[in-house]
Design a protein. Structure first.
Length: 256
């Protein structure tokens, strides 16, 4: 079983306290969070079996067991769904970058408003001139730099562009990447990107250790502080491509 499940379970176990789940504090604890045997007891499963889950060994939990673990670990709906995805996984093939369908690429390039397409690693797969002018010249970037996470976390100009909203937006993007990273746990394409971001961004390191996960926002509003055009307010919406649900199309329009 892929390692993502064990890492996710451990992260959620370590953030709980005995008091939060109605257990006595008992003797002094060397590490934060619940003990494995406590989670197993709360979920009504064997300790050895739970340990095998955290170790990423080949165990196939039933839907009832997934629900019991989610309840024991006090998971919200997003975390519960993520746990179910990880628990159902078998060995994954190596990650292959997505390809934007030609019709979607032509649509993006033909739009007057900023638009781009991204994949599961947040690689920028296609973009138009308006997006390049508003954000950065993706065409001039090296392949490994053509990535929303690299742009948000490692380019100082991005902090100025997004102003006071930068931290909240960057953190939310990291939580979305964390969810995809769990699914591809151990894949070098994901681990290399995470290592690069950790080396260059102390904020990423702190957020990464929190192991928060989230799903994307379908739409919203962003206020940008453009170095030439001044303060700009855009509404945006994100769509999945029917040809490949891993490809996300994001389109911006001036707010009215």
């Amino acid at each position: 079983m892929p390692a993502g499940l064990g890492e996710f379970l451990r992260s959620r176990r370590e953030r709980l306290t005995p008091e939060a789940v109605g257990l006595p504090l008992g003797r002094r604890r060397r590490t934060p969070g619940l003990r494995r045997e406590e989670v197993a007891e709360l979920a009504g499963i064997g300790v050895d079996w739970y340990v095998r889950l955290e170790q990423g060994r080949t165990v196939r939990p039933s839907a009832a067991t997934i629900d019991a673990l989610a309840a024991a670990l006090r998971l919200d709906d997003t975390e519960r769904a993520h746990l179910a995805v990880l628990a159902r996984q078998t060995a994954r093939p190596a990650f292959e970058p997505e390809t934007v369908p030609p019709a979607v690429k032509r649509l993006i390039e033909g739009l007057d408003q900023p638009a781009y397409a991204t994949g599961r690693r947040w690689d920028v797969l296609a973009w138009n001139d308006a997006a390049g002018e508003l954000f950065t010249d993706f065409g001039a970037c090296a392949d490994e730099d053509r990535n929303i996470l690299v742009y948000l976390l490692l380019d100082p100009a991005t902090r100025r562009l997004f102003g006071k909203d930068w931290a909240a937006m960057a953190r939310h993007t990291v939580t979305q990447f964390r969810a995809a990273h769990d699914v591809f746990a151990g894949d070098p394409m994901f681990t290399r990107l995470a290592a690069r971001l950790a080396a260059g961004s102390p904020e990423f390191t702190a957020w990464w250790e929190d192991h928060d996960i989230s799903v994307g926002r379908g739409s919203g509003r962003k206020v940008l502080h453009h170095p030439v055009r001044g303060v700009l307010t855009y509404d945006y919406a994100t769509f999945q491509a029917n040809d490949d649900a891993a490809v996300r199309l994001t389109v911006y329009a001036p707010a009215k």
